[in-house]
Each structure stands twice: as C-alpha cells, then as structure tokens.
Design a protein. Structure first.
Length: 180
C-alpha cells in the first residue's frame, strides 16, 4: 500500500496530512467530545498506557496534546475518514517526556475502524512527516507485549525490538525505528 501524502500549512504552524482514505489534523482545544469518544472507550484504552479516561481526564489529556503542538510544532493528529469526515481516532508523534528528545509514535482507532489497514495508513503518513518534514532520525514506539496487532504494524515499518519492561503488571515492548 502506498499512502499519497500532501502536507499543507494550516493555522500557526499546524499541518494537515491527507492519505487515500484519511485526513489527519492537529487536535484543537475544541475537540474534547471527539477525543473522549476514543479515550473514554474501554476497549481501546485497555491496550493504552493511560487507561480509560473520564471526561475530565480526557480533557486534561487534550490540554497536554494541544500544548505539545504549541511547544514542539508537532504532536497527535485527529484521524478522520476523508470522504465522510467521521472521527476515527488519533495518530502522531510526541515527546516521551519533557526532559529529553526521545519521540514516540502513538496511534489508536475506535474499534469499528480496526482491521481495515487504516492504522497502517495513518502511521505511514505520520512517519513520513516525522522523517521528511521534521528530519527525525529515531522514533520509538511502545505496545503491550500481548498486543500482537500493534507490534505487527510497527514491524511492517521497520521498528526493531529494544527491550521489554513491566509497567503496573503489564509487559510493555519498546521498539525503535532508526531512519537512514
């Protein structure tokens, strides 16, 4: 699959990514309801680091996401169906923490969009942005060791296993993509 990507400048340094089936745009402070669709979904968040969120917790996460865009000029995009403009999930790049330069890939779609290659398409667009626009040389990604689907997606893009660690009783796999 080849995702055709066009990157356009939108407001104040934000970018919109367009693929064959998706539109990815930076989250804005007005996206509380759509982010809660994802972050409040127990099925999605069972395999995510932060766990299922309340509306207030989701709003706090939205503040972190929008602040990241302001500070770093990149972050998590809201993922939409290109033709119907239906919210599907999130995908993007974010700093692992504010004290170093480690950047991680993050993605998650609502269950009704699983299994159709949409996460792969979104990841492809985001990685191209990270490599081509931002000039990133290393990108990390984390997945629960039991999440074979996510680990498969990462391996398709060349992410290599670094190590596994226990986080609150769950085994997490840390991977790395080194860009030539």
């Amino acid at each position: 699959m080849h995702a055709k990507i066009s990157s356009t400048q939108a407001l104040a340094g934000s970018n919109i990514l367009v693929t064959e089936r998706l539109t990815l745009r930076p989250f804005s402070s007005k996206d509380g309801d759509i982010l809660f669709q994802l972050y409040g979904n127990a099925q999605v968040m069972a395999i995510r680091k932060i766990g299922t969120q309340t509306p207030q917790g989701s709003d706090k996460q939205l503040g972190i996401i929008t602040d990241h865009w302001l500070r770093r000029g990149f972050g998590l995009w809201a993922v939409f169906d290109r033709e119907q403009n239906v919210f599907m999930g999130e995908c993007g790049l974010r700093e692992e923490n504010e004290t170093d330069e480690i950047v991680e890939l993050s993605y998650g779609l609502l269950p009704e969009f699983w299994g159709g290659g949409l996460a792969t398409e979104a990841v492809m667009a985001v990685l191209a942005f990270g490599k081509e626009t931002l000039g990133m040389k290393k990108i990390h990604a984390y997945a629960q060791k039991k999440n074979a689907v996510s680990l498969h997606i990462l391996s398709k893009f060349g992410f290599q296993h670094e190590y596994d660690f226990d986080e609150d009783g769950e085994m997490i796999t840390r991977t790395i993509l080194e860009v030539n």
